[in-house]
Design a protein around this ligand. Structure first.
Ligand code: F0G
Length: 351
């Protein structure tokens, strides 16, 4: 019986899979599309929807691509999967490898991975190695290891990742009945913006959508190589997921921007953190800082009148806020600790 929760089954005709491809699944995809009324009031846009990818099995959009990449690696006889990661790819690879009975090695930038993501990689039994340097250095290492045939590389340079991730664009077209007018998305290694654009182009060809959206990608100001047009040697941002100076899918991101008539722009860390708090407090949706870059971008574009009349907008919230508990905690002061009496609690609430 085909499993409705299995992304590979659901989109088999759009994916590089055969009947022999293992139907690996943790129930990925089919994520909620949530209306963002507070953001609509603030920006004046008629319809804003949040694609809550943090509700995937490991808490990020990576699961869509990872399930395809790991299934194909398994089909091809690999025993080990390997990736570099700012955290979410590692968590996803570790989970799907565990599910597939494969082993997993993740190479992380030392000291730059959010606590929840590291906990996931460890819990799923991945071999974790931290390297001195950023994500770009870690990616160079795993590419060299993969070239020597040591394992199947499951970073987004693996085309199966992009194929799986494009399914999010299909879901949007199915749910809305067409592609939105504009899509806002954070950009790090640039695989996801590449994948969405591929999905929208295919959706328009197969009749799943009548139009293609303008693609608006957002990088953090301190890690904005695509905006500057040159790699950034020492990327810096609070949004550690997108702390990347030399994106692997550079060309794909530029093509998505240019072919769609969109833009790739930068937002500051303070704009990112403002959007992060706004989402959690005014929409009730807890996404991680990198995801909030898309919201910060939409707010910025609305302020400067750069939306080109877009009426229906989708923002991709790529990762769950619980991935990075330290960031949330750092925004609050000390939590009062008092005697366990109503009076003491009342007094603390008044203080
Ligand atoms: N948002 C989150 C939460 C991410 O984890 C990432 C990338 C992005 C956005 C950017 O997506 O790289 O396709 O442009 N995380 C990768 C990782 C780099 O290793 O987990 P992208």
């Amino acid at each position: 019986m085909p499993d409705a929760r299995c992304l590979i089954d659901r989109y088999a005709s759009y994916l590089p899979v055969t009947e022999r491809t293992p139907r690996l699944t943790l129930g990925e995809g089919d994520t909620p599309l949530v209306r963002a009324r507070s953001l609509e009031r603030e920006t004046g846009v008629s319809e804003i929807w949040l694609k809550v990818e943090g509700q995937n099995p490991t808490g990020s959009f990576k699961d869509r691509g990872m399930v395809v990449a790991v299934a194909k690696a398994l089909e091809g006889g690999a025993r080990v999967v390997l990736c570099a990661s700012t955290g979410n790819t590692a968590a996803s690879a570790a989970a799907y490898a565990a599910r597939a009975g494969m082993s997993c090695t993740v190479v992380l930038p030392a000291g730059q991975v959010a606590a929840g993501k590291l906990a996931q990689a460890i819990a799923h039994g991945a071999h974790v190695v931290a390297v001195r340097g950023g994500f770009d250095a870690a990616l160079a290492v795993v590419r060299a290891l993969a070239d020597e045939g040591e394992a199947a590389l499951v970073n987004s340079v693996n085309p199966h990742r992009i194929e799986g991730q494009k399914t999010a664009a299909f879901e949007l077209c199915e749910t809305i009945g067409d592609a939105p007018d504009a899509l806002f998305i954070p950009v790090g290694n640039a695989g996801n913006i590449t994948a969405y654009w591929k999905g929208f182009v295919e959706a328009a060809k197969t009749g799943l959508a009548r139009q293609r959206p303008r693609m608006y990608g957002y990088q953090a100001e301190g890690a904005a190589p695509l905006v500057r047009g040159v790699p950034v040697a020492h990327p810096e941002t609070v949004a550690t997921a997108i702390r990347i100076g030399n994106p692997a899918s550079w060309k794909g991101a530029v093509a998505a921007r240019d072919e769609s008539g969109g833009a790739i722009d930068a937002v500051s860390d303070s704009e990112i953190l403002d959007a992060y708090s706004f989402l959690a407090r005014c929409e009730g949706v807890f996404a991680e800082p990198a995801s909030a870059a898309a919201i910060a971008g939409l707010r910025k574009r609305a302020r400067t009148g750069g939306l080109g009349g877009a009426k229906r907008v989708v923002c991709v919230l790529t990762g769950n806020g619980m991935k990075d508990p330290d960031r949330a905690r750092s925004l609050a002061g000390d939590i009062p600790e008092v005697e366990a009496t109503p009076d003491a609690v009342r007094a603390a609430l008044r203080a």
